[in-house]
Design a protein around this ligand. Sequence first.
Ligand code: RB5
Length: 143
Amino acid sequence: MIAIGSDHGGFELKTHIIKYLEGQGVELFDFGTYSEDSCDYPDIAEKVAKAVSNGEYEKGILICGTGIGISIAANKVKGIRAALCGDVYSAEMTRLHNDANILCLGGRVTGRELAFMICDTFLNEKFEGGRHQTRIDKIHAIE
Ligand code: RB5
């Protein structure tokens, strides 16, 4: 089960991603926002990041205008590795090497079809472990 959320800047892309992923048989829960009315991206980032961090959801997808603010906010939550991706290569590598558990997208930056490919890659690629696990352990040891 995948947790998804956006602010108003990511709302339109989120609605397309939900439709696309549900069409692929992916189960999603939408943590909001539910309209294009202005809201604060840290509120949505916190909800999705905590739901992933406590193990309730396997992975998350967060979208704001640029993807930057929402990724900064999500990475404040312990256990979260949120990666802003604007291309398929980065989406693949952040799963293989960083074991990213939240994908962030820029709704005003990344086109719909590319975003679908990035989501597919993020949801399907597997962490390589090994030396990369050591590095992740070091990330989480930073206080
Ligand atoms: C909202 O206008 C915008 O600032 C937000 O969606 C995001 O891009 C912040 O990083």
